[in-house]
Design a protein around this ligand. Sequence first.
Ligand code: AMP
Ligand code: MG
Length: 364
Amino acid sequence: MKLFFSGSNKKIVWIRICLISLCFWSCGCLAGCRKRPVEYKSVDTAMGTILQTVLYVDAEAGGQGEQLTDAVRKQILALEERELSKRIPDSVIGRINRSAAEQKEESGAASLQQTVEVPEALYQELLMVQQVAKDSGGALDITIGEVAALWNLDNAAVDGKLFELPENQTLQEALEKSGYEKLVLKDGNISVPAGVSLDLGAVGKGIACDRLLDWLETVPEVSGAVISLGGSILTYGEKPDGKNWNVGIVDPLDTTAYAGRLSLQGQWCVATSGDYERFVEQEGVRYHHIIDPETGYPADAGLRSVTIFGQNGCLCDALSTACFVLGRERGLELAEQYGVYAVLVEADGSICCSKGADQFFEAE
Ligand code: AMP
Ligand code: MG
């Protein structure tokens, strides 16, 4: 097609070309001149573990970075205080445990149900946890509180002198009080029989990642973040250099080194359960914090660590614990059933990836 411009048309076209060019030039300049986000880092403790926060904050929002990293910590503390902590008597879990314990003392009967209303978000998370408990045949069991308390590994791992090997008889009695089917979720309420003690240690950090993700999505100044809370890590948004997030997987055989790393883009939750996180060694035996609800003893299914990664923190955390208890075959099956990825480190240090996980994983 041949284009023909009359004199005045020609002028208009040239003006238009100039305007469009000017527009492109100024947009290009704005993009090019836009300042890179500023990195803010903080290290703290929360949920009985180390909290490491890295936020990439718009340069224009200057000075807000420290408030934002502080807001991350405060939210985790509030979540623990109001909902998840078994040590805080007025948290949701504290209240249910307290009333279940008091009722037991008063009546001596284990059949009386104790009911507590649960905030909507936690109710939905508990429904998911109970589904994993069911699908794992009880390998994940948040009613394990009484048994976990007997092992006391949260404290004993810090000070070995606090460790005392529980009597088998006492363990079996405590096991009888547990069982995921005893926990009933109905109409926004949670209820358990008297004497049952809940422990959300297996899922609490994953829940924290989900809540932080909801919050980050409301903070436009944050363009990228990596938040690591013990064995659970949340990646969000993008790095200023556009590269992928690198998440190291600790080598359980040498915890000062990495077995490998995940290369992830955008938002992910990565949850690891390992026998090196909280443990005591006595006469050559390692007693760690992940309990097999079938035996009441630390799980011994041939794995040293399980890393699960996907989009939902609560689900990944629940599955990391369940798969650790189940071992390689059943663990991989369960992870694949839920459409998440798994990287397992076996007792001899060999690494096994679930279907598709190897595209993200690189061994050291
Ligand atoms: P994680 O590190 O996510 O595997 O969680 C381990 C924590 O969950 C322990 O410190 C206990 O508080 C609790 N726990 C241990 N074994 C189990 C289990 N089989 N099911 C649910 N919670 C457990
Ligand atoms: Mg877990």
